[in-house]
Ligand binder design. Structure first.
Ligand SMILES: Cc1cc2nc3c(=O)[nH]c(=O)nc-3n(C[C@H](O)[C@H](O)[C@H](O)COP(=O)(O)OP(=O)(O)OC[C@H]3O[C@@H](n4cnc5c(N)ncnc54)[C@H](O)[C@@H]3O)c2cc1C
Length: 568
């Protein structure tokens, strides 16, 4: 909706950003509080691609970080327009301080315990089935190892990732939002500046700028939630240093400790048992939700060995390398590198993870396709149907290996490192992102591959085959790992403003009524993709604001909705 300039713009709650975090918080709060008025302010108009926000971000390391346009989507529904829908739970270890984190674990297990009840609400929004992230209770998986001979111990195989539809939050919740009478969606407005806080930290209004006309309007609310994604929520706080005037300085952690995940492949696993007993692909939970298992490492082992939380899952060999001799894989690779078609099949960041941006040995790929006929065409056609023509989409493609050999994909925690940061350029607008991998990040990934290798050998289950010489592994990881999609750390939770930016209820330190609901509040990145946990925090925040009525904080009453707009 467009804001008429005589529209009453006084709300109980103003949520900035309509990605998964914004939509869950706004809808939950509006439902829990039918007499309260909620505004959901969204910058993007329609399915926006090129936009001024992304164009004013400068990434200093383009090897390890995707360009801004590939990292987020601006528009109703946010980045869920292209996300993969992988819902993963954080682990206990992510909330436990370890020396390797350099004092960077500023949340704790009691908070983890506190948010767990909200996973049920989050799972409903993500449409990923019940919030159970292990094999127990799933008949197809319980009591079956990932591969014949595997025994759980310091390495585990019972953790699960679950898959959303994938739910595109804009499309999925558009009708619900329209019928929610106390919720107003304002599209095409950029949240700009907060008013100066009073002595207790209360902020009374936010200036929003219409994207097309650049007209400024004041929007008053009892509370404000920044749910604009990690980069933009951080940028808004950096630009609004005035809101911290009740602290001696803005929190030192603001914009710092930026993390994502190390991700890539350095080895294959060759299992020694029956290939047909290897659990290499997706399974379905009883309600049809796709789930998949992975190798992880026990909490005690990671703690006592001071290593970073890491998941390693079975994968296909590299698509671009025709030495896999698979007709279906070659067919899919050629489809992905075909201009126009490739863009329709996957968002750029995902396409890059498959093709590595390479046009490689097309002739040899064609040879694989011919040799593999008719399977080279039938298999991709079946996959295409399941992936693009059904409501619950096949989340990915994993092909059976008769040799019982699979590539291993690692997805690893990154150390909260102060030098990885977001900061404003001299113009006060451009967001500069410094991002790199530390030696400790990389060495933990290598060590955990060795641990997995040793464990599989001890079980008599299999062994790893490295793709690189040992002395090449560090540089291989440095060159292959690329993130920017899973952004955390820059507005982290902590018990004091000296260590973090928001408190455990996500309220910005030094203010009384600004909250951040973004994965930027996560002080550690764990092995998990962040959005499911973010949805859990969003549901909890809606509940928290309900218990602590936002109107009380400003002393406004229901009548105050009728205050006329102030156009600047
Ligand atoms: C290709 C890709 C695949 C991914 N796959 C997964 C996955 O499988 N699993 C997973 O957990 N995560 C995945 N992610 C990450 C996931 O998409 C994000 O974690 C999630 O979308 C974050 O939700 P959010 O609501 O915080 O932010 P977003 O979804 O980014 O939404 C933020 C919204 O705020 C709006 N906004 C920004 N600034 C302003 C402003 N100043 N004023 C008003 N509005 C503003 C934006 O336009 C946007 O619509 C993926 C990301 C990408 C790019």
């Amino acid at each position: 909706m467009k804001l008429p300039y005589d529209y009453p713009v006084n709300f109980d709650l103003c949520v900035i950003g309509s990605g998964p975090a914004g939509i869950i918080t706004a809808l939950e709060y509006a439902n829990l509080n039918p007499l309260k008025k909620v505004a959901l302010v969204e910058y993007g108009i329609g399915n926006q691609t090129e936009n001024a926000l992304d164009n004013s971000i400068q990434i200093n390391n383009t090897i390890n970080h995707h360009p801004p346009l590939e990292c987020t989507n601006k528009g109703f529904g946010g980045t869920s327009a292209t996300w993969g829908g992988r819902c993963v739970m954080y682990d206990d270890i992510d909330f436990i301080d370890r020396p390797i984190l350099n004092d960077g674990c500023t949340w704790n297990l009691s908070l983890f315990k506190d948010i767990k009840p909200f996973t049920t609400i989050a799972a409903k929004y993500f449409e990923c089935g019940k919030p159970q992230f292990n094999t127990a209770g799933i008949p197809a998986l319980s009591n079956k190892p990932i591969a014949e001979g595997f025994k759980p111990g310091i390495v585990t195989d019972d953790k699960l990732e679950r898959y959303s539809m994938p739910t595109r939050f804009g499309k999925r919740y558009e009708a619900t939002i329209k019928t929610q009478k106390n919720l107003t969606l304002l599209e095409g407005y950029e949240a700009r500046d907060f008013s100066e806080p009073n002595e207790t930290g209360k902020i009374t209004f936010l200036t929003i700028r219409e994207v097309t006309t650049k007209k400024m309007t004041r929007l008053s609310a009892g509370a404000f939630i920044l749910a604009a994604g990690a980069q933009e929520s951080t940028r808004i706080l950096l630009r609004n240093s005035l809101i911290f005037k009740n602290l001696t300085t803005p929190p030192a952690a603001l914009g710092k400790y930026y993390q994502g995940h190390l991700s890539g492949k350095i080895a294959s696993v060759k299992f020694s048992g029956d290939p047909k007993k290897t659990n290499y692909s997706f399974e379905k939970d009883t309600d049809g939700t796709y789930v998949r298992r992975r190798f992880q490492f026990s909490t005690d082992f990671l703690k006592s060995n001071n290593l970073l939380n890491t998941a390693i899952w079975l994968d296909n060999p590299l698509y671009f390398d025709p030495r896999h001799h698979s007709g279906p894989m070659s067919f899919m690779y050629l489809a992905m590198i075909t201009p126009v078609l490739g863009k329709k099949l996957a968002p750029p960041a995902i396409a890059h993870s498959i093709t590595k941006g390479k046009v490689n040995k097309v002739g040899a790929h064609l040879g694989n396709i011919v040799k593999g006929l008719p399977g080279s065409l039938i298999k991709p056609a079946a996959i295409f149907y399941k992936r693009y023509c059904t409501t619950r989409k096949l989340p990915g493609i994993f092909l059976f290996s008769p040799e019982n050999t699979y590539a291993l994909h690692f997805h690893a925690e990154q150390i909260p490192f102060e030098g990885n940061c977001m900061k404003l350029d001299k113009d006060g607008e451009t967001l500069i992102i410094d991002y790199s991998l530390t030696d400790a990040d990389i060495s933990s990934v290598i060590k955990l591959h060795d641990v997995l290798d040793k464990w599989l050998r001890e079980c008599g289950c299999g062994e790893l085959k490295y793709w690189f010489n040992k002395d090449e592994l560090t540089s291989a990881i440095k060159n292959m790992s690329k993130d920017g999609l899973h952004q955390s750390g820059t507005t982290r939770i902590a018990d004091t403003p000296d260590r973090g930016v928001v408190d455990t209820n996500l309220k910005v330190w030094g203010t009384d009524n600004i909250y951040v609901c973004s994965s930027s509040v996560f002080p550690t990145s764990g092995q998990a993709n962040p959005t499911f946990l973010l949805g859990t925090f969003a549901a909890r925040l809606a509940q928290h604001l309900t218990e602590m009525p936002v109107n009380k904080s400003t002393g406004t009453t229901e009548k105050s909705y009728q205050v006329a707009a102030l156009t600047l």
